[in-house]
Design a protein around this ligand. Structure first.
Ligand code: FAQ
Length: 322
């Protein structure tokens, strides 16, 4: 009897929750939410945060080798922005009752993923252009829709992040423009970076909808507002003209406008490569995690000092009250 009453209560709560989402009202940290909603958000937001932080590594690799002081200052600012995005996102996930330490542990032990793209090496300066243009470009495509995600703290973090990402995308495209209009060697460098980063950028949107484990539920709960395939199509469509304007060759030989669909048709992604990379076997997976572990260990004294200071402040306050 008690169990039946509990089930009826749960069902009513779930209905009210779904109605709230359907009315486009935000869910806030103290609101009732189904456990699966909370867990799915923790998974997505924390993986998003890890991506921002691990994403600093391939770009950080070029800070000391940027071709001019201006380029160095811009890249430095961009990498700092990514660190900030990680912080907004970790804070947003913390409102769901998980600690930063638990999230870091999940990243470092391989339980939590981060975007596959950051397991590719940055071999030339052109790669920094391609990352800004294509990787930030793909990220924005997705993040613009996430500004309308149903969870309040995630949505507000995304609004702020999107403003910065559009600057990132433009600085990347500007690097590509300079290279594409430069010497023959520079033009080739731009083409080579485009060839290597184009397909991995398409993989950032995740598996096809039919293969996507989380999409159906995330769409119903409006955690995600557009599916993996529809966002990928948007990105494919917008990139064609950008490649043409640079005067470079499109890496996908099957790309073709389809009048009926009102979209470009394109070649198939190498899904074997995608699954290899997300399962830890890309070019740089081990290096990226090892670097994170080292930096985290080196920063332990800062966390210890902060905790000791917080404890002292707490004790002083307790003393004052007593
Ligand atoms: N890489 O069922 P789905 C950036 C995993 S930010 C790695 O479709 P979902 C800024 C997925 O997690 C880039 N793993 O999953 C920047 C799941 O694994 P799980 C990050 C991937 O969540 C620029 C499994 O496959 N952006 O770049 C990938 O519904 C430059 C099944 O997939 C975000 O995170 C992948 N590409 O859809 C920073 C945006 N794709 O958890 C520095 C927010 C899928 O079951 C420099 N996230 N997986 O073990 C999302 O929109 C979604 O989570 C998707 C995946 C679309 C990424």
């Amino acid at each position: 009897m008690k169990k039946l009453r509990q089930e009826a209560q749960e069902k009513a709560l779930l209905e009210t929750f779904q109605q709230k989402i359907d009315r486009e009202e935000k869910i806030e940290p103290k609101d009732w939410m189904p456990e699966a909603y909370r867990q799915n958000l923790i998974r997505q937001i924390s993986q998003h945060a890890h991506s921002e932080v691990i994403g600093e590594q391939p770009e950080g690799n070029w800070i000391t080798r940027a071709p001019s002081l201006r380029r160095k200052a811009v890249l430095l600012a961009k990498v700092q922005d990514e660190a900030g995005h990680g912080l907004y996102l970790y804070s947003s996930a913390e409102t769901l009752g998980i600690s930063r330490a638990e999230m870091i542990e999940a990243l470092q032990t391989g339980k939590a993923k981060y975007a596959s793209i950051f397991n590719y090496p940055t071999q030339t300066w052109g790669d920094i252009g391609a990352i800004g243009w294509l990787v930030d470009g793909a990220a924005i495509c997705n993040q613009v829709s996430l500004q309308r995600t149903s969870y309040g703290p995630y949505s507000r973090a995304m609004i702020r992040i999107c403003k910065e990402e559009s600057f990132h995308q433009r600085q990347g495209y500007q690097i590509m423009l300079a290279l594409a209009n430069g010497s023959e060697a520079q033009r080739q460098m731009a083409q080579d970076s485009l060839n290597r980063f184009y397909w991995p950028s398409l993989m950032m949107f995740g598996p096809h909808d039919a293969e996507s484990a989380h999409s159906a539920r995330s769409m119903q709960w409006k955690i995600k507002r557009e599916t993996n395939d529809s966002l990928r199509q948007k990105f494919i469509d917008q990139t064609v003209q950008q490649i043409e304007f640079l005067g470079l060759e499109h890496p996908d030989k099957a790309i073709k406008w389809n009048d009926e669909r009102g979209h470009y048709d394109s070649g198939e992604i190498d899904w074997e490569e995608f699954y290899n990379v997300i399962n830890g076997n890309g070019h740089c997976n081990r290096q990226r995690i090892q670097h994170h572990v080292n930096a985290h260990e080196e920063g332990a004294w800062v966390r210890d000092a902060q905790n000791a200071h917080a404890e002292k402040v707490k004790q002083r306050q307790q003393h004052a009250v007593a």
